[in-house]
Design a protein. Structure first.
Length: 753
């Protein structure tokens, strides 16, 4: 891809100090801490991101085009790319007020950075010579006031004032469609902040004003959010149109999936979620982005895994879940502690798919693999342990089930002990501080409650699993009691049938069939159970006919569907009883999915290079083909942080070597100055090669470069034996978590062999 390189007009001096003579570390922005994060590479104007226009004042001849692009990206919640567009303007016009407004908007979910950006705009407003249009000042002032907690401390009041400010913009500038769109957006977003929508019809009327003027405006995004949880049918038209309003933004293809999922139109939901995943993956390839750098990426793909399962595409569901788990982990982006991460979503989706599809052998194999590894915190690992136990029960592995129950019980006992100790410490502390009896009780309860959620989860799991064990021993009374206390998460009717409670099994199955929720697996199980429990009940026949109406993608060889074969024959159907899918008539023309990008994240190819070392001997990337490696970009011997990173890696080189990970470092120093890096290492020769990229051409190819300020960035990459980038960290600071780097490299190399 041809990358636009912009003139670094944001700064006029590349010294190591800012205007206040404060030392600025290598790799850090001269414009403040907020600029150290986000995209630091310039990008081109895209072909189409939506039909929007908000006039701004900019001295750069491309400023308006880039602003409109950033605004379109904001409408699509493509915040990372919106930042890239607004930064492009500031790199060429550092007095563009609305570019700072845009950066603040792009950080709606990051209060600290949003305020830092709008504070820059507030400083500009103090300049009496600044030439801006009245509506620009109105937009910026609304944002300034929203973040000004000194002026108005109550955040709820500031949110209400913000809404009023946008209403004033609309009143004063009635032809401003963007103010109307942004108002609806914020009204919906503020529902999550305690300010409910008083009238969906009223907000929808504002959107209709936009669509009368611009039928393909990306505000269709907000129509979907508006009606998603209220009355999804009202947004079907927007669902059909949204993708085409901003085709390069993956989230705009994802959002119709909300409406189609609510409408039980899972074929359409799956198509849109696939489109979103593919566009995201193609974009990651172009920019060497990690998957979790993209807003809502993991959410889309976890939901796609669920919707594949709703269609009976079991293998596709499991593959998508495994794909999420195979994504690169990063301490700041993707780990089990982050609720919306690939790691967290993928684990949940995989366990859910394996259990719902009754793939017990695969469950045991996967639970002991790099894909679904044991987690250090017992509360995080409980779902995996439970899956193992359920699989052991269904495979009649009694002794192994007992061992798993004992492991879970041991964790449960430890947690109760920790709770007791915490309560004791809280009581002692309160007593020592001469607290009254009421305060002492409050302290004890707080310590109790901090542990109770996890204790309850383990207790409930033990009730369920001991019920399964009782059933294996023929004690169906105890098994039924456990099932009534803690019903199976996936299919209680299957266990009710197995325990001989045919009446209850039939009742549960009948209710499932009557739901008509068009989810293939629950319906298939209900048909099977009702056929077994009450063969003369016509509901199982009705259920089978219902299943056939959305059966085109069902995997007949999967256990849940395989056991329907005798029922299909009884009804006179062929072995392949599925029916082809008939596309809906209310959808727009769609591109072919394959043209949008790959379905799963795949590592991009590392750019090649051939650079000299300190002895002027050239070293190329191809030299390392056939073996994995760690590639480090550092900012010369004069960068203290880089010296610390190289020293840390050199000190741990034996560990890297043991893991089969040779290291190669690329410096901004010229060849003669490479020796200084060796001199900085006080323990002899650095045990890995150091090569020169003084022109920074390779830094730029690997996106380890701030195009806006024309300065190199720190970069650490994991490259596999075929020359693909499995992992990266590009930042204002070098990556220093050596243990994590070795462990994650090892994990990824196993998963992406």
């Amino acid at each position: 891809m041809t990358r636009l390189i912009l003139l670094p007009l944001l700064i006029t001096c590349l010294s190591a100090q800012d205007a206040d003579n404060t030392l600025i570390p290598e790799g850090h922005s001269h414009n403040g801490h907020a600029f150290n994060e986000g995209p630091r590479q310039a990008g081109p104007l895209m072909k189409s991101c939506g039909n929007v226009d908000l006039p701004i004042t900019s001295a750069w001849n491309k400023g308006q085009a880039y602003f409109n692009q950033g605004l379109k990206q904001l409408h699509g919640f493509w915040y990372y790319e919106a930042e890239r567009s607004f930064r492009a303007i500031l790199a060429n016009d550092d007095k563009c007020l609305m570019a700072y407004w845009g950066l603040s908007q792009a950080n709606y979910e990051n209060e600290k950075r949003a305020k830092a950006f709008i504070d820059k705009a507030a400083e500009l407003l103090k300049n009496e010579d600044l030439k801006i249009q009245p509506h620009e000042k109105a937009y910026v002032q609304a944002e300034i006031d929203y973040h000004d907690e000194k002026k108005v401390k109550d955040i709820s009041k500031r949110r209400k004032n913000f809404i009023r400010a946008y209403e004033d913009i609309i009143i004063n500038y009635p032809h401003d469609l963007e103010a109307k769109a942004l108002l609806v957006c914020r009204r919906w977003q503020f529902t999550r902040k305690g300010i409910p929508i008083n009238s969906h019809i009223g907000l929808d009327a504002i959107l209709k004003q936009i669509f009368v003027k611009k039928p393909n405006h990306p505000a269709h995004h907000y129509a979907i959010h508006l009606w998603d949880d209220r009355r999804h049918e009202e947004a079907l038209d927007s669902a059909a149109k949204l993708g085409k309003t901003a085709p390069e933004i993956a989230h705009m293809w994802h959002m119709p999936g909300h409406i189609y999922s609510k409408a039980k139109r899972y074929h359409d939901a799956v198509w849109h979620q696939q489109a979103s995943a593919r566009i995201d993956h193609a974009h990651m390839h172009r920019w060497f982005l990690l998957p979790d750098q993209i807003h809502n990426y993991a959410h889309n793909n976890e939901w796609l895994s669920r919707n594949f399962l709703n269609l009976g595409k079991v293998s596709a569901s499991i593959d998508m879940a495994k794909s999420l788990l195979s994504n690169p982990r990063h301490p700041d982006l993707n780990n089990q502690d982050k609720k919306k991460s690939s790691a967290r979503y993928g684990r949940r989706a995989l366990i859910n798919s394996l259990e719902k599809a009754e793939l017990w052998h695969e469950a045991l194999q996967t639970a002991d693999s790099a894909c679904l590894m044991q987690l250090p915190k017992p509360e995080q690992d409980l779902s995996r342990l439970r899956l193992i136990a359920v699989a052991q029960h269904n495979l009649n592995k009694r002794d192994q089930l007992i061992k798993t129950i004992n492991i879970i019980d041991s964790h449960h006992v430890d947690m109760k002990d920790e709770q007791a100790q915490a309560m004791k410490k809280a009581r002692e502390k309160a007593t020592k501080e001469n607290k009254n009896k009421e305060s002492l009780k409050v302290a004890e309860k707080k310590a109790h409650d901090q542990h109770q959620k996890n204790i309850k989860a383990f207790a409930n799991t033990l009730i369920e699993l001991r019920g399964y064990l009782a059933a294996m021993d023929g004690d169906f009374k105890t098994a039924k009691g456990a099932l009534s206390q803690r019903p199976s998460k996936q299919s209680p009717m299957i266990y009710q049938l197995a325990y001989g409670d045919h009446e209850k099994a039939a009742k549960t199955a009948r209710k499932q069939i009557e739901k008509k929720n068009k989810e293939a697996l629950p319906l298939a199980k209900a048909i099977y159970v009702l056929h077994k429990a009450e063969n003369d009940d016509p509901a199982w026949r009705t259920g089978f006919e219902e299943l056939r109406t959305f059966s085109s993608d069902i995997e007949l060889t999967s256990p849940v569907f395989k056991r329907l074969a005798p029922i299909a024959r009884e009804l006179g159907y062929p072995d392949d009883w599925r029916q082809p899918h008939t596309p809906a008539t209310d959808i727009a023309d769609r591109p072919t999915l394959a043209s949008l990008g790959p379905l799963h994240w795949t590592p991009p190819t590392a750019p090649t290079f051939n650079l000299p070392d300190q002895h002027n001997k050239y070293i190329s990337l191809t030299k390392y083909h056939g073996k994995p490696m760690i590639l480090v970009f550092y900012l010369g011997a004069g960068c203290l942080h880089c010296t610390e990173q190289l020293t840390a890696m050199a000190d741990r080189y034996s560990d890297f070597k043991k893991a089969g990970l040779p290291i190669l470092a690329i410096s901004t120093d010229d060849v003669p100055n490479l020796k200084k890096s060796q001199t900085n290492y006080k323990k002899g020769e650095i045990p890995f090669p150091i090569i020169s990229d003084s022109r920074k051409d390779i830094f730029k190819k690997y996106t380890s470069h701030d195009d806006f300020e024309n300065k190199p960035l720190h970069g650490t990459f994991v490259i596999d034996k075929t020359g693909r980038i499995l992992w990266s960290d590009i930042s204002a600071d070098p990556f220093m978590e050596i243990d994590f780097l070795i462990k994650e490299s090892t994990r990824l190399l196993k998963l992406h062999q």
